[in-house]
Design a protein around this ligand. Structure first.
Ligand code: NAD
Length: 286
């Protein structure tokens, strides 16, 4: 078997084009504010990409770059100012923060209605309760990829590797909401290969290069590789051994060009949803 590749780059481009059309028809421009603290080089690239993507679909985008020495109180003041700013519909605090700042405190300070990362405990609680709210971007992107490939979910066994607040947990909730039978595996789980072999849909979000081998995959399964890992030789690989998986899976996402581009497209979708909800033009986001 040779897996069909799920092209996240192309799907994300279509989503962004559709968003740009919707934004052009609005009487206002949605606003996204990104807060970056310190000088983490990877964060600088992510923030620049988010800013560019937001501007391309017609949003007002601004980045607040604070020094690495910013005190927690000062960060919370900046977040409060963005919460109160009517031109700002979406706020995200770029992670990781410098070690002296607690990410959970910063995240909880964001107005849940502007929490376009979907990390606020209120939005996490809504998702866990099966209620509408703002959903984390990467798992939302994965659901788009599954829908685009017309992958049936009802009654299918989904195995999610990883239980982070950003990917694994919300991913499992979304699959549950799509009527999958869901197993969440993590670093303390026993016999990962046997668990993975049960999966009709396997989502790898562990951050371990090529952990998932070909013989962990049920023939014909849908395999979504969320991992982004830089090898010492500079190559970028996922959490799944791609050539082995391609020989077994029915569908497979490449790295790069699979889940990654979907994350930013879904951030833009969340921002538009938050903007509409704040103006009473769509269901309340939170
Ligand atoms: P994390 O480090 O917060 O969580 C990793 C999870 O994997 C943990 O729950 C841990 O229990 C589990 N884990 C670690 N080692 C394991 C092992 N050997 N066996 C089983 N489980 C194990 O990471 P995260 O933020 O969830 O990100 C996971 C990966 O996804 C990373 O490679 C990250 O770069 C990538 N990522 C990609 C995108 C994207 O847009 N494509 C977005 C977010 C994260």
């Amino acid at each position: 078997m040779t897996a069909r590749l799920l092209d996240g780059k192309a799907l994300a481009a279509r989503l962004r084009a559709r968003l740009a059309e919707r934004v052009a028809a609005l009487p206002f421009r949605p606003g996204l504010a990104v807060v970056r603290v310190g000088d983490d080089p990877a964060s600088a690239i992510y923030v620049r990409n988010k800013d560019r993507a937001a501007q391309q679909v017609g949003f007002l985008s601004r980045t607040l770059h604070l020094p690495a020495t910013t005190a927690e109180g000062a960060l919370l003041e900046q977040i409060a100012a963005l919460n109160a700013d009517p031109a700002v519909d979406g706020i995200l605090v770029q992670l990781p923060l410098p070690a002296h700042l607690r990410p959970e405190v910063a995240i909880a300070a964001v107005d849940p209605a502007k929490d376009v990362d979907g990390f606020h405990p209120l939005n996490a609680g809504l998702l866990a309760s099966g209620l509408p709210g703002l959903v984390p971007c990467t798992p939302r992107g994965v659901m788009h990829l599954l829908a685009e490939a017309a992958v049936p979910t009802a009654g299918r066994h989904a195995v999610v590797l990883g239980r982070s607040r950003i990917v694994g947990r919300p991913m499992a909730q979304l699959l549950l909401a799509a009527d999958c039978t869901v197993t969440i595996a993590h670093s303390r789980s026993r016999d990962l290969p046997a668990l993975c072999r049960q999966a009709d849909i396997l989502i790898a979000a562990v951050g371990r290069p090529e952990l998932v081998r070909g013989d962990w995959i049920k023939p014909g399964a849908v395999v979504i590789d969320v991992g982004i890992n830089r090898l010492p030789d500079g190559r970028l690989v996922g959490d799944v051994a791609f050539p082995e998986a391609a020989a077994r899976a029915g569908f497979l996402t490449p790295v790069p060009g699979g889940v990654g581009p979907m994350t930013i497209a879904c951030l833009l979708e969340n921002t538009l949803e938050a903007a509409l909800a704040r103006r009473g033009l769509a269901r309340a986001a939170a």
